[in-house]
Write a protein that binds this ligand. Structure first.
Ligand code: DX5
Ligand code: ZN
Length: 220
């Protein structure tokens, strides 16, 4: 079994106690913190901006994985990296100058990721493989935590794995949405190695520690 990377999405954390929630996730052994940025246009929900990234940077040394669900993400790349983002992912949908945006992310010293919604085919990103460090396959439609994993996204994960082999790319495949101890092994089998989870970590009935443990144990 390959090592997996767990990226804890703070979208389901209790924001009245954000620092404490992050410390618990860190103590439980998560690898990255995932920060879901939504603008009310690209997706219906509105969430957080660079200020929250900067807040996370102050309370944690973990890599910060910033998922931009916003229109014209190129306007904010610098602000998010300046705030402390280590991984920045941008959606391929509706972004005509996506290649330049990915170049900008790398040129500012962060890892660049491309994101595909469930309705977007693999071919939409084939020209971008040399420009990315990771590929985020959405396993729900973006906008909210707590949604149900879409099994039809599994074949796309396998297709992307084959595409990366063809390009001899070492880019990581990340999945996001509905990841829990049942769905994680399915995505792992298909080729994913980075797993984003909000509900399964921060809303686990026995607490964050147990949530992280059950995800790690799901592929053992
Ligand atoms: C959804 C976000 C996800 C979300 C995942 O648009 O991109 O990162 O927080 O939440 P869960 O793990 O509850 O599906
Ligand atoms: Zn996300």
């Amino acid at each position: 079994m390959d090592e997996i990377i767990l990226s804890a999405s703070i979208l389901s954390a209790d924001f009245a106690h954000l620092a404490d929630e992050i410390r618990q996730a860190e103590a439980a052994g998560v690898d990255w913190l995932h920060i879901d940025v939504m603008d009310g246009h690209f997706v219906p929900n509105i969430t957080m901006g660079p200020f929250i990234v900067e807040t996370c940077r102050r309370v944690s040394t973990l890599p910060l994985d910033v998922h931009l669900m916003i229109e014209k993400p190129e306007r904010y790349i610098e602000a998010f990296i300046h705030a402390g983002a280590n991984y920045v992912s941008v959606h391929v949908e509706g972004n005509p100058n996506i290649h330049r945006t990915l170049q900008t992310i790398r040129s500012l010293g962060a890892k660049a990721g491309i994101v595909l919604n469930p309705g977007t085919p693999t071919c939409a990103i084939s020209a971008l493989i040399p420009a990315v460090d990771f590929i985020l396959v959405m396993t729900v439609n973006p906008g909210y935590s707590g949604q149900t994993f879409l099994p039809e996204t599994l074949s796309k994960i396998s297709e992307i794995k084959a595409l990366l082999e063809r390009y001899q790319s070492s880019a990581l495949i990340q999945v996001d949405g509905g990841i829990n101890p049942t769905t994680l092994p399915l995505a792992y089998q298909a080729g994913a190695r980075v797993f984003v989870a909000a509900t399964a970590i921060f809303k686990h009935p026995q607490g964050v520690q147990e949530g992280v443990k059950s995800l790690r144990e799901a592929i053992k």
